[in-house]
Design a protein around this ligand. Structure first.
Ligand code: NAP
Length: 520
């Protein structure tokens, strides 16, 4: 399939703009062709006009129709075959196994949502029937369910060119909710974005979805992204990226005449705690698993374990110092991400002890892993050491006592995850630590590592600020759908005018809360 560099607006493609955007191969620094056309404000306007009209049709599509659409997108992505994988690798510097794994995750999450829609109970239907004879006043018939919000703006994430980009988790959950989507492509993977965008466009046409259910715009800088967030047609935003970017979009959204929610996932340091008894039993093996987790995917995961706390244990430290120099770095996604990593690690090195620096391959954006060490007192004196450095680096923080560990946990900001390694005795003795951590994160892990995020019904990929702008949500897993819905009550509606989900004879056979009891 030939790339065109054109913006996708509903069923059409446009290149009215005069500003060209060119991708870069992060492994070689070479410019990639073709040139992409930055969207114009007129093109954004057209995308929003189409989306607004399309929403009036798409919001009425049944769960079965939306499921067919999502499955068709998955099929069309698979049909792109090696063309997609090759472009992904060229633009991201990530290897073939990761490209294949991420494609599998992307089509898997589309199919998971299709299953959720066919099952249908996710709408949270609630029915309290009328009681005309109730005294002193009759009770009306009230039925409620989740309904779609409107048109959603999605920002593709640099670190998941498929699973969190054009047809990734945000787009999939918004489509499943019944929302139309306008994606602002991430400039780090323009070609991958166009290929997937064309797959979505094809699937929309093939399954009879309205023109405008999906658009994809390219931008060089922030003009189009910011205008998208401020546009009155947009009713919610999904974003994964930096704290600076996510907060800027959030601030713009709340300052609109009509404020809207921005679901920004802005990463975190994902603290790991290794407790004393397990350190004595398995310290060496945990040290090596930790080195592997920090360097996985060149550390470019939101769930990378960027900080590890322990009470003094020289064997653990020795193991890290012995093996850190053998760890492998890699090619980072963009020159900007590499620069931020180098700046961040160089700054931290000035205030910590360097335990080991791994190897870097040849390459334009190649970096080496960096492992650092400090103690609680130094961390308290320089709290910025606890800020995320995106990439294969981590800071080991040594405490003298359990009390110091608990205070350090209490001082943590919001994170996506926290991990505790402990024997059964450790975990009982440190149950107060678990209690503190539950209030800081979206996912608590025992005796594992936070990298590796399952996409299923129970996954929470979220957490208190600054990990996200809304701790009540997740951006991964089927629960993400409710970011793009709102509950509506229908009072005293004739049965034939109610959505099928709320009709008295339950034609969809879904689970509903009827008079306070879950029933089919
Ligand atoms: P980013 O700079 O936050 O950018 C993400 C997307 O938002 C891009 O499309 C970007 O456009 C756009 N954007 C950023 N600031 C904006 C603003 N003020 N107004 C409108 N649009 C804006 O993230 P990135 O490019 O992926 O990587 C940069 C840094 O983000 C990394 O070094 C890392 O620290 C962090 N990051 C974190 C995670 C995570 O853990 N959640 C994931 C990826 C990256 P432009 O590219 O044109 O600026």
């Amino acid at each position: 399939m030939q790339l065109t560099g054109r913006n996708i607006i509903g069923y059409e493609s446009f290149s009215e703009g005069t500003v060209a955007i060119q991708g870069v191969n992060p492994a070689t620094g070479e410019a990639l062709s073709p040139l992409f056309f930055k969207a114009t404000l007129d093109e954004l306007e057209l995308a929003t006009e189409k989306a607004e009209k399309a929403f009036q049709v798409y919001r009425k599509k049944s769960g079965f129709e939306k499921a067919n659409f999502l499955e068709k997108i998955a099929e069309e992505i698979e049909n792109l075959g090696d063309t997609l994988l090759e472009r992904y690798m060229l633009e991201s510097g990530l290897p073939n196994a990761r490209a294949m794994g991420e494609r599998g995750r992307t089509v898997g999450q589309l199919r998971l949502y299709a299953h959720l829609l066919r099952e249908g109970s996710w709408v949270d239907a609630r029915i309290d029937a009328a009681m005309p004879d109730r005294q002193p006043a009759p009770r009306p018939d009230l039925r409620s369910m989740e309904r779609p919000l409107g048109v959603v703006g999605v920002f593709g994430a640099s670190n998941f060119p498929l699973a969190f980009s054009v047809a990734g988790g945000d787009t999939t959950s918004a489509f499943a909710a019944g929302c139309c989507v306008i994606v602002k492509a991430h400039p780090a993977h323009l070609g991958t974005s166009e290929l997937v965008g064309l797959a979505v466009q094809k699937a929309a046409q093939a399954t009879g979805m309205p023109d405008g259910v999906f658009s994809l715009l390219f931008d060089d800088g922030h003009e189009i992204g910011m205008a998208l967030v401020k546009h009155p047609v947009i009713k919610a935003v999904g974003f994964t990226g930096s704290l600076k970017g996510g907060k800027a979009l959030f601030d713009a959204a709340v300052r609109r005449p009509e404020p809207i929610p921005v679901y920004a996932e802005m990463g975190s340091v994902n603290p790991v705690f290794v407790l004393p008894k397990i350190l004595a039993e398995k310290g060496r093996s945990i040290a090596n698993s930790y080195l592997a987790s920090v360097t996985l995917g060149v550390g470019q995961f939101c769930t990378n374990p960027g900080m590890l706390f322990l009470e003094n244990n020289q064997d653990f430290i020795d193991e890290i110092e012995k093996n850190a120099p053998h760890t492998q770095g890699g090619i980072m996604l963009t020159p900007g991400i590499k620069d931020a990593y180098v700046r961040g690690t160089e700054h931290s090195k000035q205030f910590t002890q360097v335990m080991g620096v791994g190897k870097a391959p040849e390459g334009f954006t190649a970096v080496e892993p960096v492992f650092l060490r400090t103690d609680i007192a130094s961390l308290n004196a320089k709290p910025e050491l606890a800020e995320e450095i995106f990439g294969p680096t981590s800071l080991i923080v040594e405490a003298n006592t359990k009390e110091e560990i608990l205070i350090a946990a209490s001082n943590l900001d919001g994170h996506l995850t926290a991990t505790v390694h402990g024997t059964p005795e450790d975990l009982i003795e440190y149950s107060d630590l678990l209690d503190i951590l539950e209030q800081k994160v979206g996912r608590l892990i025992i005796n594992g590592f936070p990298t590796g995020v399952e996409v299923n019904h129970a996954m929470i990929h979220g957490g208190p600020f600054p990990a996200t702008t809304d701790s009540r949500s997740t951006s991964v897993g089927t629960k993400a759908i409710t970011r793009f819905t709102r509950p509506v009550s229908f009072q005293d509606f004739p049965d034939e005018l109610l959505p099928d989900e709320l009709k008295s004879d339950n034609p969809l056979n879904i689970w509903r809360l009827v008079e306070g009891e879950w029933k089919k």
